[in-house]
Write a protein that binds this ligand. Structure first.
Ligand code: SF4
Ligand code: SF4
Length: 344
């Protein structure tokens, strides 16, 4: 398998058109003044090659906001599992979002395996796209070690001069290269250009907070009584936006929708948020995280402590979406810096 090929920038539009003829293709497109969203495309005309993280991450294709899990009919005594999936190609996934998908894969491959999630994952081809520079001031991808490609894709595009350097990572990716038929083998000069760009990039990307990657876990291990949670208590309005837009938040609720005949119905799962007040409420009315500060602390520990204990991996990708979207201007980098300051 050839590892690297190149695509002339002038051929990108045609490449996306040919992808869309192979199967449903989604890519980042501009929405409003400064926002972007992954949406279906049929050509490269509206595809944004330079974009800040989309409003919702690609997790919406792996774990839809709502999905039907089961269908039942009491009169026939049937209770059938439902699996909703679609073949598709996602073009233009940044390295932070590739990391987010890797986190979801870990959580949903854990026992008990989530077959609905895995059925979708196995039908989605991923084409990554490198950020050669920071998307904006909210990103913390360097300290989370997600600013460079680290697997999780079929093909990976890096924009250089008048061409894209393309890394082929899987046989499915190689198949797309062959079927679209627009690529040339990369020469030594192209590889040198990639190396030079990455060297420059490494100099530009610096830890975005006052602690290093390895210091984050010990910091959060000792953070349970930190005053910063009281400060977030006073500001957070529990809207749940931060968890909805987070590429690694995957909590869901399951609800039955019974038809008016009281005989047939469906069982659905929907995204839920640990920031909603009833999230940790149990029968009898006890709520284990009644205060907003406790819920915020839980959100942070679910990124920087618990998944490291369980999967040896931070579940924050550094995408910055939670800070970008928060109407109370709660900023992840500031929270980490306040924690670090208080721990001195
Ligand atoms: S987006 Fe901001 S205000 Fe809303 S729940 Fe998250 S931290 Fe609280
Ligand atoms: S916690 Fe915030 S910065 Fe980290 S992955 Fe989630 S949305 Fe992105």
């Amino acid at each position: 398998m050839t590892q690297y090929v190149i695509l002339n920038k002038t051929d990108l539009d045609e490449f996306i058109s040919r992808l869309a003829q192979i199967k449903k293709t989604v890519a980042p497109v501009k929405r409003g003044v400064k926002n972007y969203a992954f949406e279906e495309v049929t050509s490269g005309k509206n595809v944004a090659v330079k974009y800040i993280p989309t409003i919702l991450p690609p997790k919406k294709y792996f774990l839809p906001q709502t999905e039907t899990l089961q269908q039942y009919d009491k009169s026939k005594k049937t209770w059938n599992a439902v699996m909703e999936f679609q073949e598709m190609i996602i073009f233009g996934v940044h390295t932070c979002d590739l990391a987010g998908i890797q986190c979801l894969n870990m959580a949903f491959s854990d026992k008990p395996k989530d077959i609905n999630y895995l059925a979708r994952k196995n039908r989605i081809l991923i084409i990554g796209l490198e950020c050669n520079d920071y998307c904006d001031e909210y990103a913390s991808c360097k300290v989370m070690d997600n600013h460079m490609p680290n697997g999780g894709y079929d093909l990976f595009f890096t924009e250089l001069d008048d061409f894209f350097m393309v890394h082929i990572n899987t046989l499915e990716g190689e198949d797309l290269i062959e079927k679209t038929g627009l690529f040339k083998e990369a020469k030594e000069e192209h590889k040198k250009a990639l190396k030079a760009m990455r060297e420059e990039k490494r100099k530009r990307f610096k830890d975005e907070v006052n602690v290093t990657h390895n210091q984050l876990k010990p910091l959060f291990d000792k953070s349970f009584e930190a005053p910063v949670w009281q400060s977030l208590e006073a500001r957070c309005v529990s809207c749940g936006n931060c968890t909805n837009v987070c590429p690694t938040c995957y909590c869901f609720d399951i609800e039955d929708e019974i038809d008016l005949n009281l005989t047939t119905g469906v069982r659905k799962r929907r995204w839920d948020s640990c920031q909603n007040e009833p999230f940790a409420q149990v029968a009898g009315g006890e709520n284990f995280r009644e205060a907003r500060g406790e819920r915020q602390r839980h959100r942070y520990l679910r990124k920087f402590k618990y998944p490291v204990d369980k999967y040896s991996r931070y579940f924050c990708t550094g995408c910055g979406r939670c800070s970008r979207t928060c109407m109370a201007k709660i900023n992840l980098k500031e929270t980490i810096n306040e924690l670090a300051q208080g721990a001195k």
